[in-house]
Design a protein around this ligand. Structure first.
Ligand SMILES: N[C@@H](CCC(=O)N[C@@H](CS)C(=O)NCC(=O)O)C(=O)O
Length: 205
């Protein structure tokens, strides 16, 4: 199978970490692709009409879309219930945490696009500030929610939080999240001891 990805995409990083943790990394060929708002990409549109990365292309040509669904697919290939608990209260906690983190990443991406893709006279600062505040408030939520930070077995929400913090370092290097959120800093340091997390650090901006 092939993963259409960008090396700086936090969503693609989530899939890469999951694939390593699930022992499936050697089964995936990583194919670089680009998706930038405002720029057409007819070739990639044929794979994903909404032009979002990553996409997993199976050997039979089927396309699995959205980083969460890709991780869910890989998790099932690896036997199921590994990074996404199969049932019970923990399943819903992990999925819900992941949804929040996904929203935070979406907001961070929108802030980034506002800066790099929208022509300067059309920029809307209050809108960008609102999106940044959503991501920042999400971090505050996880700083308080220590149960999530110390769950004993690795899950998709912990991987997604690692990708949020890595993306903050990459694109919002001066935001000061380590100082504001010391528990997240400790969590991130602990995650960095995993080879999957270290090897997938984004190339610097
Ligand atoms: N919900 C999607 C979000 C993916 C996403 O937004 N990816 C970004 C790259 S990091 C993208 O493709 N952006 C291009 C665009 O929005 O035009 C997922 O989890 O895979």
């Amino acid at each position: 199978m092939k993963l259409a990805f960008s090396p700086v995409s936090p969503f693609a990083r989530k899939v890469r970490i999951a694939a390593i943790e699930l022992g499936l990394i050697d089964k995936i060929e990583f194919v670089p692709a680009t998706a930038v708002p405002g720029q057409p990409n007819d070739e990639y549109s044929r794979i994903n009409p909404v032009k979002r990365l990553p996409a997993l292309i199976l050997d039979n040509g089927d396309v699995i879309l959205d980083s969460y669904v890709i991780v869910e697919y890989l998790d099932e290939l690896a036997g199921g219930g590994k990074l996404i608990p199969a049932s019970g209260a923990l399943k819903w906690r992990v999925k819900s945490d992941h949804s929040l983190l996904q929203g935070m990443l979406d907001s961070m991406l929108l802030c980034r696009y506002e800066k790099i893709a929208r022509p300067e006279p059309l920029r809307w600062q209050a809108w960008a500030d609102d999106h940044w505040n959503r991501a920042w408030s999400g971090m505050a939520r996880f700083e308080k929610q220590t149960e999530m930070l110390s769950r004993p077995s690795l899950d998709i929400a912990q991987i997604a939080l690692t990708c949020v913090l890595g993306y903050a370092d990459l694109r919002f290097a001066d935001c000061g999240w380590r100082k504001a959120y010391p528990k997240l800093d400790a969590f991130h340091e602990k995650m960095l001891t995993r080879p999957s997390v270290k090897v997938s650090l984004p190339p610097s901006a």
